[in-house]
Design a protein around this ligand. Structure first.
Ligand code: K1U
Ligand code: ZN
Length: 177
């Protein structure tokens, strides 16, 4: 992984983070084959447990994730992922975002999801997920629709978190001068 060139992760309020990504088409095959390993390397380096293409400036429906990498790496690349079913039961879990570094909040989402996607070679796949994997899949698929985890918070919590982030960024850029 170390020789793969990393990608810059875009931070809030980059406009592409608020745009709907387009489906990956057959003509994108070469681009996606080049992008996916770079996204995985960028995610592991961050470190993170997921990454969506818009976070690295690509408006394509492509995500990578590995929620177990500290124990045994299990990289996943999902092309055109779709949530096709969600549980009635909800779960609350703390989330972070590589596009909002240093900001964390409890987010309520369906506890279990069924997801369909294609592999890089076009094979159709489907799985049911719960726990952290279900949370991460929903977080990453949200990115493909221009949704950030902060959109699931109350307006008060969201504004506080975003204000704190922008203040910290301002301080960081002043320190760098
Ligand atoms: O999409 C992203 O911004 C990546 C994000 C994914 C995510 C985190 C938590 C809950 C749902 C989705 C991250 O990976 S933030 C970093 C993080 O949570 C983490 C980093 C190292 C080890 C464990 C977690
Ligand atoms: Zn995120």
């Amino acid at each position: 992984m170390t020789d793969i060139p990393l990608l810059p992760v875009l931070l809030h309020p980059a406009p592409i983070l608020r745009a709907k990504a387009r489906p990956v088409a057959e003509g994108d095959a070469d681009r996606v084959r080049e992008l996916a390993p770079r996204m995985l390397a960028t995610m592991y380096k961050a470190p993170g447990i997921g990454l969506a293409a818009p976070q690295v400036g690509e408006g394509l429906r492509l995500i990578v994730l590995d929620v177990e990498h500290e124990e045994s790496p299990k990289p996943m690349v999902l092309v055109n992922p779709e949530i096709v079913a969600v549980s009635d039961e909800h779960a609350i879990r703390e989330e972070g975002c590589l596009s909002l570094p240093g900001q964390y909040a409890d987010v309520e989402r369906p506890a279990r999801v069924k997801v369909r996607w294609r592999e890089l070679d076009g094979t159709r796949r489907e799985m049911e997920a719960d726990g952290l994997l279900a949370t991460c899949l929903q977080h990453e698929i949200d990115h493909l629709d221009g949704v950030m985890f902060t959109d699931h918070l109350s307006p008060l919590k969201r504004n506080m978190l975003l204000k704190k982030f922008l203040k910290e960024q301002k301080l960081k850029s002043r320190e760098a001068m």
